[in-house]
Design a protein around this ligand. Structure first.
Ligand code: GLU
Length: 513
């Protein structure tokens, strides 16, 4: 280990059951920030033990999404590392030996109950007044398991090929306590925890066993994950005790939920585009239905703006500063400043973050981006001219694409007139003024913003004209619209020839409908 690294090791452990959604990316981000801040290691582990929920393409999506956000792992599936493999399906044998260890130490047992028998048990318990029946320290005594059947019968059944699962044997009435970095002390009585299956009949471990074994073997120091896993944490703590690994147990930090904009429940994958904004970082296409769910990337968001927004969904820097680069986030981040309560997602705020990051970009960076979006402008205009348009319209843009939209009248020789603007503000009585103003402006030697403004105002004064009459017509004639950046700067960039032709064309075209 070189001296730039510490022994902090965190992991992001998604299941490849579909695209990563906002909540998952935020979990990855906090893990990444924590690792980078402490010069530790950020690991990507793919938790694919539930083969029924496996979705092809999901792992690649996860990897691509992390890369787009700049959260590239140090170790992980398809990256390798000393503690691999990092895909749980490739670690099958490892889990079996640990399940056996628990069987031998009496912390786990075989259970042969069929689905019908389990249903029957639940029905009977409900009938006797138990509200939430579970397989636990009481009900297990009347079920088909190695505790009730005895060693010989159990052996026989296994040899006969009877399907079985392995369950954890939760003790009665013990307190399990741990100190969560975000929630503080959490204490749960084992009477409220069921005898969870830790090893399934398909020869795969369940999430609980695999997760704990892997965190231990991969030497994870901090488990930073979503709040939905808080109820599982006591079982995980118990598993550490059973294995005799308590001194190596990682610290836990359970992150608050990301809520829907109205605060009504968790923002979920199923929200898709339903609420009018993407919940995924990248587009995701569902192969069977050809349905496409939109992603922030394809909607034109910058990864740094997306990540900045996500950082604030649950964390705050304790200052007024809101705009952070990823590097700034690394130095500012701490788990102490992660709140307990859920944060409402806000799409308008997300766009605001993008607008702010766009303003931080240099004109050349924006130039690169917009010429990728539309490279035809490169054939028609010089780089200098495009850069001037960028600086003119930058303040009015949220996305790169807005630069092209706002700058449309500069990037095309033909302009289209906004009909509602024409109806509202085009007054044929003022056309003679517009024409003579055009002459006056055209006569300016140094056609720059300052001189244009002066000639314009002098003209108004001389003819005793209000600004509200002639300015909108000048705007419509030269840009097609009523709204836009400074008129005088716009004319300067356009140049006087173009201005004159446009005014002439507008007068003709608008008159002729
Ligand atoms: N595989 C779990 C998930 O999909 C990981 C939970 C954890 O980080 O422990 O969220």
């Amino acid at each position: 280990m070189n001296k730039e690294t510490s022994n902090i090791r965190v992991r992001f452990a998604p299941s490849p059951t579909g695209p990563l959604h906002i909540g998952g990316v935020r979990t990855a981000l906090y893990n990444f920030l924590f690792a980078r801040k402490h010069k530790g290691t950020f690991i990507l582990r793919i938790e694919d033990t539930d083969q029924k929920r496996f979705v092809p393409g999901a792992e690649k999506y996860i990897f691509d999404a992390l890369n787009w956000c700049g959260l590239t792992p140090d170790e992980g599936s398809s990256l390798g590392g000393e503690k691999g493999p990092y895909r749980q399906s490739e670690r099958k044998e490892i889990y079996l030996s640990f399940a056996q260890q628990l069987l031998e130490s009496g912390h786990a047992y075989y259970a042969f109950d069929t689905a019908e028998e389990l249903d029957e048990m639940r029905k009977n318990m409900k009938a006797s007044g138990v509200l939430a029946p579970t397989y636990n320290s009481i009900s297990r005594s009347s079920m088909q398991n190695s505790l009730t059947l005895g060693l010989d019968e159990t052996k026989k059944r296994i040899e006969l090929g009877d399907p079985y699962v392995i369950r954890i044997k939760m003790p009665r009435n013990q307190e399990i306590k741990f100190n969560d970095k975000i929630r503080g002390w959490v204490s749960v009585n084992t009477n409220h925890i069921d005898d969870k299956v830790i090893y399934k009949s398909d020869g795969m471990p369940t999430y609980h066993l695999a997760n704990v074994v892997d965190d231990y073997l991969m030497e994870i120091t901090h488990v930073i994950r979503g709040e939905e896993w808080l109820p599982s944490a006591p079982l995980h703590v118990f598993l550490y005790e059973c294995f005799g690994w308590s001194s190596k147990m990682p610290s836990f930090a359970h992150l608050p939920l990301i809520l829907k904009p109205d605060g009504n429940g968790k923002l979920s994958k199923r929200d898709g585009d339903r609420l009018g904004f993407p919940v995924f970082p990248l587009n995701w296409s569902v192969s069977d239905t050809n349905e496409i769910f939109s992603g922030y990337k394809q909607q034109g968001f910058y990864p740094e703006a997306f990540v900045n927004m996500l950082a604030f969904l649950g964390w705050n820097p304790g200052s007024e500063q809101e705009i952070f680069s990823l590097t700034d986030l690394i130095s500012a981040f701490s788990l102490d400043r992660v709140g307990k309560s859920g944060s409402k997602y806000d799409y308008e705020k997300t766009k605001w973050f993008n607008q702010q990051h766009l303003r931080l970009k240099s004109n050349s960076e924006i130039f690169e981006a917009i010429t990728v979006l539309d490279n035809s402008i490169l054939e028609k205009f010089s780089k200098e001219y495009i850069l001037e348009v960028i600086s003119l319209v930058k303040e009015r843009a949220t996305f790169d694409l807005d630069i092209l939209k706002e700058g449309a009248c500069f990037f095309s020789n033909e302009i289209t007139f906004d009909t509602s603007a024409v109806t509202k503000k085009w007054n044929p009585d003022f056309i003679p003024h517009l024409n003579s103003l055009s002459e006056k402006l055209f006569a300016i030697n140094k056609f720059d913003e300052k001189n244009i403004e002066k000639v314009f105002h002098d003209y108004l004064q001389e003819h005793n004209l209000g600004l509200g009459k002639i300015m909108p017509m000048l705007r419509i004639a030269t840009t097609g619209r009523l709204a836009g950046p400074s008129m005088f700067s716009s004319l300067e960039i356009m140049g006087k020839e173009k201005m004159k032709t446009r005014i002439k064309d507008a007068v003709n075209k608008i008159k002729n409908g």
